[in-house]
Design a protein around this ligand. Sequence first.
Ligand code: ADP
Ligand code: MG
Length: 321
Amino acid sequence: MLSEFDLIAKYFTKPVTNASLGIGDDCALLRPTPGTQMAISSDMLVSGTHFFPDTDPRQLGHKSLAVNLSDLAAMGAEPVAFTLALALPEPDEAWLKPFSEGLFSLANLCQCELIGGDTTRGPLNICITIFGQIPLGQALRRDKAQHGDDIWISGTIGDARLALAHCRHETVLSENEFNMVLQRLQTPIPRIALGIALRKIANAALDLSDGLLGDLSHILDASRVGATLNIDALPISSVLEKQPEAFRLQCALGGGDDYELCFTAPIAKRGRVLEASEKTGVPVTRIGFIEKEPGLRLCNTQGELQHFSHRSFDHFLTSKK
Ligand code: ADP
Ligand code: MG
């Protein structure tokens, strides 16, 4: 059976260049570029809570890192390195090999290096801490939205929730449709390039992990502002488009796991937002605007107020598989 150290050497040790020292010593060593700030975030993925226990390990490797990279994207940070704390029921190479391949294929794509971690026996649990860097003062924070800003989101939203609904037999999709939305749930692509391109353009940003309404409320609360959204403007896929209206809205407004960016920017910078979108090949859509009056209001294109009761995902209030 593979020992702890064999396992680390075989599946997780790779040469590093961003870091001064990677795996093998008591600590890794990073050398931040002068004039930058470090952005640091941790995300834990727990079997049975964040993913089905039989989830494909390659996709799990991808997703574990993707959710962390998405946090860097939301701050406008450039990825540098990450650590991996892994609890495994047993050192199963048939699981470890594809998991590490999925992890490193996204890590290489985003030039983010594994520099350390911890390995222990226990119920499957994957915790990644990620380190990124941003020029001093250019981080995209949640607390800087301004009255009058446009609200934008990248890509499309709601597909990951739709895939989950199919898995839970809440709706039925064709095989083709299911495969399209399942990709969004299992292998989200973090919007790193867009986040970086939005530095000095966006006033506030976050990534959508728990559902648009709940996540946007974090920006509104932190910035002490309110907002109105146009529910007819929400960017959704052709697969979600075909669903009945109420369910469609539930997926788009209250779903989670989208890993798109939601950001606010001054009206005067609309042109620059569109340039950033074009430069990075990531579509963006204007879905509303920031107002002085607190609270979040929903309207349609005719300007009529719409009612939608939602609860964003909360680990202690809702259960999710
Ligand atoms: P320590 O006893 O100092 O905690 P460990 O024996 O746990 O160190 O780990 C030895 C080295 O392997 C350290 O550099 C640690 O960062 C690294 N490491 C352990 N587990 C992992 C992992 N799952 N992924 C990457 N690096 C790891
Ligand atoms: Mg240790």
